[in-house]
Write a protein that binds this ligand. Structure first.
Ligand SMILES: [Ca+2]
Ligand SMILES: [Ca+2]
Length: 287
């Protein structure tokens, strides 16, 4: 509301900072009189009982930093421990051990949670129903459901490509040319590489292809290649980057000597609201 903003500007110039902060805080916790009783009660306790936030304001930054560091730190810890655990006790026992460790940690921090969560609404239920509510929302809204299916399809294709053990033949295995697929019984290939090439198309169950889709399959893996006389060639000048990492970008075919492989994974479908598409870009490198 423009007029209201003008009043705020006057207040900022005339009020000292603590008073201004108090007014801003009061505005944030103000709720409509017809709001549910639980919401009104929570807001009232925020005003009368002090800060409704779960963490002291002066420690918000450090607490947020610790929380954000926890995710990559957990990945580092898992990377350091899980391979040794699998070798020592097998993957099934390792998975159970990790689950038990997570449960033990949850119980261990429970006394601390009660101590620090005093500002939260204790009547907000933690139930299976509340946990599944977001899934119900996605299933009930066609656009969200389609986007979730497309995202999952892209994630699956991305994991397939990044998990391929034969880096040198990824391009030929997942491009749109069936004639250049690495032979299954090629003795020059490692045993783990001798299986059929998946090709460039992949289905996504639940999504309908667009009417003009060339192969009627919604998922597509795209490389920076061009058709030269009926055969596909992987080109640096199409990719705009140095795929073989020799210091320059040229117009030669790099289907056999790339060290970087840019990949676009695209899903195009006809949804409840018409034609839609979603795509993700990734870069595969030799490990
Ligand atoms: Ca191929
Ligand atoms: Ca180059």
């Amino acid at each position: 509301m423009p007029g209201h903003a003008g009043v705020d500007e006057v207040e900022r110039r005339t009020l000292d900072r603590p008073v201004l902060e108090a007014r801003v805080h009061e505005r944030h916790v103000r709720v409509r009189s017809d709001a549910p009783a639980r919401v009104r009660d929570h807001a009232r306790r925020g005003v009368e009982g002090g800060d409704p936030e779960p963490a002291p304001r002066e420690r918000l930054a450090i607490i947020f930093s610790i929380k954000q560091t926890g995710v990559p730190a957990g990945g580092v810890l898992a990377g350091a421990l899980v391979p040794s655990m699998i070798l020592a006790i097998g993957w099934q026992a390792a998975a159970i051990a990790i689950g038990v460790a997570c449960l033990a940690l949850a119980f261990a921090v429970e006394p601390l949670r009660v101590r620090y969560d005093h500002g939260l609404d204790r009547r907000a239920p933690i139930t299976l129903r509340s946990a599944l509510a977001p899934i119900g929302l996605v299933l009930a809204a066609p656009r969200l459901r389609e986007m979730a299916l497309a995202s999952d399809g892209i994630r699956g294709a991305m994991e397939l490509i990044h998990g391929d053990l034969c880096f040198a033949t990824i391009y030929r295995r997942y491009n749109a040319d069936p004639l250049d697929d690495p032979a299954i019984t090629n003795p020059g290939l490692a045993p783990e590489c001798q299986f059929p090439a998946p090709g460039s198309s992949f289905p996504v169950i639940g999504l309908q292809a667009q009417d003009d889709d060339p192969d009627g399959v919604v998922g597509e893996i795209v490389f920076p290649d061009i058709d030269v006389g009926g055969a596909l060639e992987l080109h640096e000048d199409v990719a705009g980057r140095d795929l073989d990492m020799n210091g320059g970008i040229d117009g030669a075919d790099h289907g056999d000597d790339y060290r970087l492989l840019p990949v676009v994974i695209r899903v195009q479908w006809t949804g409840a609201s018409g034609e839609r598409s979603l795509e993700a870009h990734t870069l595969v490198t030799d490990r």
